[in-house]
Design a protein around this ligand. Structure first.
Ligand code: GDP
Ligand code: MG
Length: 689
């Protein structure tokens, strides 16, 4: 069996790689992660006309092969390492035809590595509209590679591109690299690497730290000293020489016709979008919509999925003989599955919207505008989406932090996002605020309870920023990610990209975080369903007898039975065990049980409270809530606890997935629980004392 030919798409960010990738692979694609970094690795199968199946890899966007940032180095580490799993047999360099010179710089670097390459000049539709003409023969002659124009958006020129990919392409012979200067270093270093061109070797030397084992790297370094060679300095000189050559050559690659081009449309739009006042309104409008979409619109599919799976679970459970196993299927497995899948609509909607915002070019503007402000908190402009999204749900929001290239900024963003008051906190807040604030209105319009709610939202937000500032104090110098050098032109978004993003992120979530959430919820179920010794049997016996005597009160007896079981379950015992710990916060064991149980999902809190309290509360009324009596201090303390505590196992699972580290997830849990404990303790001592 011959190995599948590997074809890689390389190009600047926004040059249209992903559009082309989606076009060529359809849904035949899978998303993974590059080892050690957080960049998505997308690959898929491409069938050529002659029937040959190739592996197509959509490499991350990059402006050059000279990046020093870990996440941005992915592309160069693959292309400079013939041993890499992803090392391509053929490269398609995707070039934004509206920005030729800048894109050709990267192309010139790639071509000179000695890997067979094709230049695909994309955005042909826009170029054509502007009246400009690109002289592809001229470019082809200059670089000594096949060149063709395409429009990934309009699906044009793809056939020609594919038939080029079928042919046997030999590596380019073009050299912009001036090797004479480096003869001795190159000769002395050649045996460390596998290079087919001098430029490849030069780049490998410059990235030796990533490519060589430490011992070889030291040897190489001593050679540099002997040869009086400073890699970084030489690389910079080489780049500026290359830029100059490309810029000069690019003058001959165009026939410019008109003065009106797409740039002016972009400029016109930007006059409003980046305007200090209109820009702010547009920003608020867009983010209000985004927020609405995950907060409100997602609710319908979420309810549908949740109810559907729960009903299905009940149905399946009823088919089975009445036993713990039937309950396990219904309340353990199916309820757990519902707990995973219920997040999928939010994730898909958010990522489709992000893809649209990104495609249009608006997201770059938002990042650009907010970057200065967020920088002070150790984040960057791309943190806006996770932070706003966090008010709906931390799960999709934390996934959205993927687009932040800088590790530290991404870490800070992920770390504080769970402090944004998510929608699952809302029912808890509403429930508890009713104990501490009167249902009254100031001047007949402003709800007092509403003000309390607002205060809780602000509290989480402000503390989040404080934590970010504190983490940021420990920042090493020069940690801020270099920012976008130019804003992309406005474009119409592509539905295909949006759909792809939605499906991919949904899949990643279900497959990766889903497992952890499912297992954790099954464990919680087991803890609440079983108790030590024969306590459960005793309860069963007692209530069977009672119900037999008192058929009319069967319903309320059942409720009492479940609360008594909950109290005697392992979960209940855990709640009681932690009572001494939570007593200083004004919580008793019942609240303890509700806190432990609500770890599955915060909104479970209210339900658990009413179950557990029905034990003593006598008559049930108004959803059984009246039976619960909190003191003002306890209710307030509990509210503060829920503002800070990381009471959500799904968040822990997603943080682990996105950071690849249980340690970070654990630290986050401990820090937030610590803050929650401290804040509640202060609140309670102050109010009760
Ligand atoms: P990537 O960053 O290189 O993966 O680029 P994308 O594929 O995400 O494309 C960036 C933007 O350019 C998206 O809005 C695409 O819809 C748009 N785009 C891609 N190819 C073309 C094209 O040929 N013509 C036009 N008009 N837009 C395109
Ligand atoms: Mg892309």
């Amino acid at each position: 069996m011959t190995k599948k030919k590997k074809i890689a798409l390389v190009g600047n960010p926004n040059s249209g790689k992903t559009s082309l990738f989606n076009l060529l692979t359809g849904l035949n694609q899978k998303v993974g992660n590059y080892p050690g970094v957080t960049v998505d690795k997308r690959s898929g199968t491409l069938k050529l006309e002659n029937g040959e199946a190739c592996e197509l890899i959509d490499l991350p966007g990059t402006y050059s092969l000279s990046s020093k940032n870990d996440d941005e180095k992915v592309v160069q580490n693959i292309l400079l390492n013939p041993q890499s799993n992803s090392f391509p047999d053929l490269i398609i360099v995707v070039i934004d035809g509206t920005n030729l010179a800048r894109n050709l710089f990267l192309a010139s670097q790639v071509i000179e590595l000695g890997i067979p390459s094709i230049l695909a000049i994309n955005m042909a539709d826009i170029v054509e509209k502007s009246g400009d003409q690109i002289k592809i023969n001229e470019i082809s002659r200059f670089f000594d590679v096949p060149v063709t124009t395409i429009s990934a958006r309009k699906n044009k020129g793809i056939k020609t591109l594919l038939s080029l990919a079928e042919t046997d392409i030999s590596p380019s012979n073009k050299t912009l690299f001036k090797r004479e200067k480096y003869n001795s270093v190159l000769n002395d270093s050649a045996h460390f690497f596998e290079a087919s061109t001098p430029y490849m070797l030069f780049k490998q030397i410059n990235n030796a730290a990533d490519l060589l084992p430490a011992s070889d790297f030291d040897l190489l370094n001593s050679q540099f000293e002997a040869n009086n060679f400073e890699p970084l300095k030489e690389e910079i000189l080489e780049i500026s020489d290359r830029v100059a050559q490309i810029n000069a050559a690019s003058e001959n690659f165009y026939i410019r016709q008109t003065k009106v081009n797409h740039k002016t449309i972009t400029d016109k739009i930007d006059r409003y979008v980046t305007h200090p006042i209109w820009g702010l309104f547009i920003f608020l409008g867009v983010f209000f919509l985004l927020f609405q979409a995950i907060f409100t619109f997602a609710e319908y599919p979420m309810n549908f999925i949740n109810d559907g799976i729960v009903d299905l679970g009940v149905w399946v459970g009823n088919l089975l003989p009445d036993s713990w196993f039937a309950d396990f299927i219904t309340d353990g497995i199916f309820a757990g599955l519902a707990g995973v899948l219920v997040f999928v609509p939010q994730i898909m909607i958010l990522f489709a919207l992000i893809a649209i915002l990104e495609d249009t070019g608006y997201l770059s503007r938002v990042s650009f505008m907010t970057d200065g402000l967020l920088k002070r908190f150790g984040m960057n402009g791309k943190s806006v989406i996770p932070l706003v999204g966090g008010f709906a749900c931390a799960i999709p929001a934390i996934m959205a932090a993927r687009s932040i290239e800088n590790k530290r900024e991404r870490f800070i963003t992920i770390f504080i996002t769970p402090l944004m008051a998510c929608s699952a906190r809302l029912p808890v807040y509403v429930f508890l605020v009713s104990f501490i604030a009167p249902n009254e209105f100031i001047w007949g319009v402003i709800s007092v309870q509403g003000l309390y709610m607002l205060g809780l939202y602000l509290l989480g937000f402000v503390v989040a920023l404080l934590i970010a500032m504190i983490i940021n104090l420990f920042r090493k110098k020069g940690g801020h990610s270099s920012f976008i050098l130019e804003l992309p032109n406005y474009k119409l978004p592509s539905l295909r990209n949006a759909l792809n993003a939605a499906i991919n992120k949904g899949k990643i979530f279900v497959v990766q975080a889903g497992k952890v959430i499912l297992i954790a919820s099954i464990i919680l179920w087991v803890l609440s369903y079983f108790g030590p010794g024969d306590r459960f049997e005793q309860i069963d016996k007692k209530y069977t007898a009672l119900i037999a005597e008192n058929e009319i009160h069967a319903d309320s007896l059942y409720t009492k039975m479940s609360s008594e079981k909950l109290e005697n379950s392992y979960l209940g015992i855990m709640g009681k065990t932690i009572e001494p710990v939570i007593q200083p916060l004004g919580f008793d064991w019942k609240i303890g049980i509700a806190i432990v149980a609500s770890f599955a999902a915060r909104e479970v809190f209210v339900g658990t409270m009413s179950t557990i309290y029905s034990v003593e509360g006598g008559e049930e009324n108004e959803k059984g809530l009246k039976a619960i009596q909190f003191s003002y201090a306890t209710a307030f303390s509990l509210l503060i606890f829920y503002v800070f505590a990381l009471q959500c196992m799904s968040t822990i699972a997603i943080v682990r997935q996105e950071t690849g580290s249980w340690t970070i997830a654990g630290i986050q849990f401990i820090v937030f629980t610590g803050i929650a404990y401290l804040a509640s303790w202060i609140t309670y001592s102050w109010l009760a004392g």
